[in-house]
Design a protein around this ligand. Structure first.
Ligand code: NAP
Ligand code: FE
Length: 360
């Protein structure tokens, strides 16, 4: 068994301002990696700039990260890091900017072609800190950087032992500007991480501690998320716990199937998981009822049907597939590497049955 979460997490309202001196040890020039608007709207960008200024650190902003970032965008960010002489990175955003920052950190220190990021790297990536603006991906505590690769019409994860944030600043106030749709999508993502981690064949006593705690906190938070009065601090904590769980196990097939809906149908990442989880849980009920019970018990769900009903309430919008799409997506998703970590030998027909649940 191997337990490794090297990220310091500072949690609470005003934590960037309060702990501004913690930036001082990272370097002399920061590259701030963000999306278009969220870092400004949430107030996080201003807080980070103030903290850097107070430490005598200069900065440059790369705010071109799109949802589901492409390797091309990250490569451009890496070139900017090199040109500007940035010696560390601050990621501010949802999973997209946080994941992009990890790839940018690798391109910044290695003279490689874009796809070479998936080969062993000569030099360690730049160090980075993260300021999450959503409570879903857990990217602030995972070693994963999920990137869109048009060449393969899919997403591909870049993993490196140095992909862990040095510090994650979890300030619940920054989440208040999220739309309701993004809130629901990202909570569903965290829930899917915890469920998939606990069901994975790679689950251990260690990873299960994080996954079960995440399920317990999510169960406590979800009613208020649905009623529109979310406890953002507890959600951030739950999402980070789920992130720590997948740091040990990875995700399994809900995620690899979800990438089909995101790449081909433009469905936001967390929503793709929310749409597929009920069908997947129905399979688990049939194939691995005892394992599923550990998930239901940790969440405090009476039975699988009640759990599915809760997940459906997190689905902000439906996605309709044609029968042809369901067949194609299953054929492609079954090739994903993580299929072998499913708790039973999953077949293409079973994956198709999950996609068929979205056919009308
Ligand atoms: P996201 O793609 O980072 O953001 C979605 C949208 O929400 C963007 O338009 C963003 O605006 C906006 N937004 C985010 N936070 C906001 C805030 N506080 N206020 C206002 N607007 C806000 O969403 P995400 O679900 O967090 O990340 C999804 C990505 O993470 C996917 O690429 C997925 O594959 C990846 N992921 C990674 C891991 C991992 O372990 N690394 C795990 C699961 C998923 P801006 O464009 O202005 O930022
Ligand atoms: Fe995810």
């Amino acid at each position: 068994m191997d337990m490794y979460i090297p990220t310091r997490m500072i949690i609470g309202s005003g934590c960037v301002r309060e702990h501004y001196t913690s930036f001082a040890s990272f370097g002399k020039k920061a590259l701030i990696v963000t999306g278009k608007q969220s870092a400004v709207k949430s107030g996080a960008l201003q807080d980070v700039k103030d903290a850097l200024f107070a430490c005598g650190i200069s900065w440059i902003v790369f705010n071109e990260v799109e949802n589901n970032p492409t390797i091309e965008t990250c490569y451009r960010g890496g070139a900017l890091a090199k040109e500007s002489g940035a010696d560390f990175i601050v990621a501010i955003g949802g999973g997209s900017p946080m994941d992009a920052a990890k790839a940018i950190a690798a391109y910044a220190t290695n003279d490689i072609e874009p796809m070479d990021i998936y080969k062993p790297l000569d030099n360690p990536p730049l160090k980075f800190c993260s300021v999450p603006l959503t409570a879903g991906t857990g990217s602030e505590v995972t070693p994963y950087s999920v990137l869109t690769v048009h060449e393969i019409e899919n997403k591909l994860t870049f993993t490196h032992p140095n992909n862990f944030s040095q510090i994650a600043f979890l300030d619940p106030d920054y989440l208040k500007t999220m739309s309701r749709e993004t809130l629901l999508d990202t909570v569903a993502d965290a829930l899917s991480h915890a469920v998939e981690s606990l069901l994975s064949r790679r689950s251990t006593m260690a990873s299960a501690v994080y996954a079960k705690a995440a399920l317990e906190h999510l169960s406590a938070c979800i009613p208020d998320v649905i009623s529109g009065t979310p406890n953002y601090e507890q959600l951030l904590f739950a999402s980070a716990l789920a992130g720590m769980a997948i740091s040990h196990t990875g995700t399994i097939v809900v995620h690899s199937m979800g990438y089909m809906l995101t790449y081909h149908k433009g469905v936001p990442h967390g929503r793709a998981n929310a749409l597929l989880l009920p069908g997947y849980i129905a399979l688990c009920e049939k194939q691995v009822p005892e394992r599923l019970k550990t998930v239901l018990d940790a969440f405090g769900a009476e039975n699988a049907e009640k759990f599915r009903d809760t997940i459906k309430q997190l689905t902000a919008e439906n996605c309709i597939l044609t029968a042809e799409e369901a067949k194609d997506f299953a054929a492609k998703a079954i090739l994903a590497k993580n299929v072998v970590q499913n708790p039973w030998p999953l077949t293409e027909a079973e994956e198709k049955s999950v996609f068929d649940g979205l056919v009308q």
